[in-house]
Design a protein around this ligand. Structure first.
Ligand code: ADP
Ligand code: PMV
Length: 405
């Protein structure tokens, strides 16, 4: 019997346009980052009793989970109320989420008596792991084998660049691939397939959405969709995120202000401003919506360009939109002196810069068009590092979840 090894990676995400205005029903666009998380899942010989050996260095966690109680308590998860039939791993949105998560929590308290005193990040990673593992394997008839699971990430954890969705997408992707490999023979064409198909990606994104519910309560769905499909995802409240099939490879400097912020309190701050100035704030939101829509058109043009002379004009247009968007966000009161210092340094080199995400600190992104000189990027990076910021040069619009060889 073959012992399989599966390696999968998935990107983080940033919001390009539409932060805050998305809360008021306007369009947001998010893009996959060049920085990725990765997972390696290995079937290993069972030593004594079957177990999963988990290595999660990003949250400082090494854990061995016995599999027999997982099988007896968590397999065969229930369907949501009102839905009949048998649950299958193809249908994560039909799972009775609260009941299944409740059982996961009960089991974790049984097998780890100190569960309650673990830090939240470790708790959430373990809960998500058991939830997805038992949801996927628990609806198959495959014999249980011991597994070794190791995950890593180039992303800063808990900083608004989608590490939780990226983690969950890797996990769901790897476990689904393993189930499919074990369900087919080496003569099937699936065995040879080098990547996930669209339907598989939809299922992966739904499992990751359920994990986002574990981590955040009421996620919008944009992070799991962007980390799964990569490229650009357009989103409006109340409708499904829409992946756009664009081929982009835009360079940025992703600059961490190291000023911590809380998304929830910034959303409340904007709501209070709107309460006092509704017409003015609604016009700002409307303007942000136009920017998101125009930027989508520019990205479509950039995506279709093959050495076309308009690239420079398109990048300039995009830079203009970034600048306007940042200033509108600043008018909403969500900039920060650290973000403005980064903008000044970028502006001195005629490079566009905007905050991304909730603001109030967090990250700024600086657009690096292809015609920017290396010396300009290097001197800007040095200046930002000297000022105490963290700087990573990366790309926007990269690929979504993928199998690694
Ligand atoms: N590589 C990883 N390994 C283990 N857990 C991870 C990893 N990346 C993210 N997580 C989980 O996701 C949580 C971070 O989620 P969140 O606070 O939403 O941050 P972010 O904005 O980066 O998504 C962590 O506390 C941890 O539970
Ligand atoms: C400010 C907001 O529009 C985006 C927040 O993004 P992040 O938490 O910084 O990734 C809030 C939201 O959409 O829920």
């Amino acid at each position: 019997m073959e012992n399989y090894t599966v390696s999968v990676s998935a990107p983080g995400k940033v919001i390009l346009h539409g932060e805050h205005s998305v809360v008021y029903g306007k369009t947001a666009i998010a893009v996959g980052l060049g920085l990725r998380s990765s997972i390696v899942v290995k079937e290993v010989p069972t030593r004594n009793k079957p177990a999963v050996y988990i290595h999660l260095p990003c949250v400082d966690l090494q854990e061995t989970l016995p599999l027999e109680p997982v099988v007896s308590k968590l397999f065969k998860p229930p369907l949501a109320p009102g839905i009949t039939g048998k649950f299958s791993w193809h249908l994560p949105d039909k799972l009775d989420h609260d009941t299944h998560l409740g059982k996961v929590d009960e089991l974790l308290h049984e097998i780890k008596p100190n569960f309650d005193i673990l830090p939240n990040n470790q708790k959430n990673s373990l809960r998500s792991f058991l939830y997805v593992f038992s949801g996927i394997f628990g609806s198959t008839n495959l014999a249980i084998r011991s597994l070794d699971i190791a995950m890593g990430s180039e992303l800063t954890i808990g900083a608004g660049t989608g590490s939780s969705a990226s983690f969950a997408v890797c996990l769901a992707g790897a476990l689904i691939r393993l189930v499919k490999l074990r369900s087919c023979s080496s003569y099937d064409s699936y065995y040879e397939s080098q990547d996930f198909n669209f339907k598989e990606k939809e299922i992966i994104s739904e499992w990751a959405y359920n994990c986002e519910k574990i981590m955040h309560g009421t996620p919008s769905g944009i992070d799991n969709a962007t980390c799964t499909f990569g490229s650009v995802v357009s989103f409006k409240k109340g409708s499904r995120p829409k992946p756009l099939d664009l081929r982009l490879h835009m360079r940025i400097l992703l600059v961490d202000t190291r000023v911590s912020r809380e998304t929830r309190s910034l959303v409340v701050k904007v709501a209070a401003l709107r309460h006092r100035n509704q017409a003015a704030v609604d016009h700002i939101m409307e303007a942000c919506d136009h920017i998101a829509n125009t930027a989508t058109q520019v990205l479509e043009k950039l995506s279709s360009v093959k050495g076309n002379s308009n690239t420079e004009a398109d990048y300039q247009h995009l830079a203009e939109l970034w600048e306007m968007n940042h200033c509108l966000l600043s008018a909403l009161g969500v900039s920060h002196p650290a973000l403005e210092r980064i903008r000044a340094a970028a502006g001195a080199r005629r490079l566009a810069c905007k905050l991304t995400g909730a603001g109030g600190g967090g990250y700024a992104m600086i657009l690096i068009p292809p015609y920017t000189s290396r010396s300009s990027v290097d001197s800007l990076t040095s200046q930002l590092l000297e000022s105490g910021f963290r700087v990573k040069e990366t790309t926007l619009g990269g690929s979504g979840v993928r199998l690694e060889m």
